[in-house]
Design a protein around this ligand. Structure first.
Ligand SMILES: C[C@@H](N)C(=O)N[C@H](C)C(=O)O
Ligand SMILES: [Zn+2]
Length: 223
């Protein structure tokens, strides 16, 4: 199994990748008929979360390709795209608290390691930005033709091994993850192996997983 122990996001790797400088705009996604937009953090009342899912224009184009790649019976659902540093900070600390609650005996460095599988450090440093602050990351899931969100074998943002993309969950959950992974990677995204829902295009995480020497996108504002 592809294990996040082997493929964990390596923040030191960011230093080996030339930072992205593209000024491509962030675009809204909610009016597109190719998918359902469900800005999950706004719906959950998270302070500062946007009611719109914003992504870079070329991420938008690739999402259209991904939705067209899906077999009959599936719809793409966009849960999150661009995220402010403040929202990233809240998510990082919320997930860290959940890791501590789930594993009260873990040492601080193990808490850190586990947390980082499920939430990036809040950063707008051009050399090491949090992936979502670049507008190149998306969190996505699948729905059925009636718009019912499908069970993917773990909760979204569940900080456990069940969330690893290739985890040994129930066969029908593995099948759904495979469908999503196939549609997204064929469209040009890379997946974070510790999260079945998180995909990147154009940022340093994408550059690292696809062995590109340079990122396209650095941190940006939603202005
Ligand atoms: C918080 C979660 N939805 C997510 O996006 N995790 C990745 C690792 C991130 O925070 O960049
Ligand atoms: Zn994400």
């Amino acid at each position: 199994m592809t294990s996040p122990q082997n493929h964990a996001l390596d923040w030191d790797a960011a230093g080996q990748i030339a930072p992205g400088t593209s000024d491509e705009p962030l675009v809204p996604t909610s009016t597109c008929a190719h998918w359902i937009t469900w800005p999950v953090y706004f719906k959950n009342g998270l302070d500062g979360a946007l009611a719109e899912v914003l992504v870079r224009a070329s991420v938008y184009d690739r999402l259209i390709k991904a939705s067209c790649n899906l077999p009959e019976g599936y719809q793409l659902v966009l849960l999150d795209g661009w995220r402010s540093k403040e929202v990233q900070n809240t998510l990082f600390h919320t997930i860290r608290q959940q890791v501590i609650a789930d594993h009260p005996k873990l040492k601080p460095n193990e808490i850190e390691r586990l947390t980082l599988q499920f939430a990036s450090r809040p950063s707008d440093d051009p050399l090491r930005p949090s992936p979502h602050i670049t507008g190149g990351s998306v969190d996505v899931t699948l729905a059925d033709p009636d718009g019912q969100f499908l069970d993917m074998g773990s909760q979204f943002d569940e900080p456990s091994e069940r969330s690893w993309t290739l985890a040994q969950v129930e066969p029908h959950h593995m099948e759904r993850r495979h469908v999503l992974l196939q549609a997204m990677t064929t469209a040009g995204f890379t997946n974070l192996p510790s999260e079945w829902w998180h995909f990147d295009y154009g940022n340093w995480v994408w550059a690292w997983y696809s062995q590109e020497p340079k990122a396209i996108f650095g941190p940006t504002d939603a202005a």
